[in-house]
Design a protein around this ligand. Structure first.
Ligand code: SAM
Length: 188
């Protein structure tokens, strides 16, 4: 289990586009619900803030496939940082492009992912696409996480999905300060 000191170390290591209490709650849910977590798909890397958490949680035998369009130019630095790391696989491109979607699925081979973390472009069509293109690759009992459910466009996708599917678990996490909201689905 990640203790709070380690959480803070990772959280404040570099910029991260997360609220601390929301992420702390998410880490707790991941550890309780999916202690077996080994494979993560992340859409939206920015400076690798959440990526370093997933890397730590899945450990040396895991796989984290992370996609970013590199609009802010941090992917080159991250590629250097994770050079030689067999766990982190960085993919640069638009998460809505077929080529990029295929590049995410190809390293999975016959595996499924234990968590899909959606935090890329916060625009309805993109969030919807990120969910629909990858949800089928999440194993039963795995997690699908939407960051920013207080954002109108993320909220629209979140509400549609939660209403349509009878998922095993649906949680909304809110920080006590500047909350953006994190939605967590437990798949069945
Ligand atoms: C909110 S940030 C991710 C934050 C990161 N998960 C963290 O917690 O530190 C969103 C990232 O998604 C990237 N992005 C935006 N649109 C994208 C797209 N269509 N495909 C891939 N990445 C995209 C942005 O460039 C940005 O780096």
């Amino acid at each position: 289990m990640m203790n709070h000191d380690r959480f803070n170390e990772l959280f404040y290591q570099d910029d991260i586009a997360q609220q601390p209490f929301e992420l702390w709650m998410l880490v707790g849910i991941i550890e309780k619900m999916t202690p077996w977590l080994k494979t993560v798909i992340e859409i939206g890397v920015y400076k690798g803030g959440t990526l370093r958490f997933w890397r730590e949680i899945v450990g040396a035998s895991g796989l984290v496939i992370a996609v970013d369009d590199n609009a802010r130019g941090f992917m080159d630095g991250l590629k250097k940082q994770y050079k030689g790391d067999k766990v982190v696989m960085l993919i640069v491109g638009d998460s809505k492009d077929k080529k990029i979607i295929d590049a995410v699925h190809s390293p999975l081979e016959h595996r499924t992912a234990g968590m899909l973390f959606i935090d890329g472009r916060h625009v309805y069509e993109h969030i919807r696409s990120d969910y629909h293109r990858h949800m089928g690759y999440v194993r039963p009992g795995g997690l699908i996480v939407f960051h920013g459910i207080r954002n109108v466009e993320v909220r629209r996708v979140w509400d549609e999905i939660v209403e349509k599917h009878n998922y095993a678990g649906v949680y909304e996490l809110y920080d006590t300060h500047n909350s953006v909201g994190t939605g967590v689905i437990v798949t069945n």
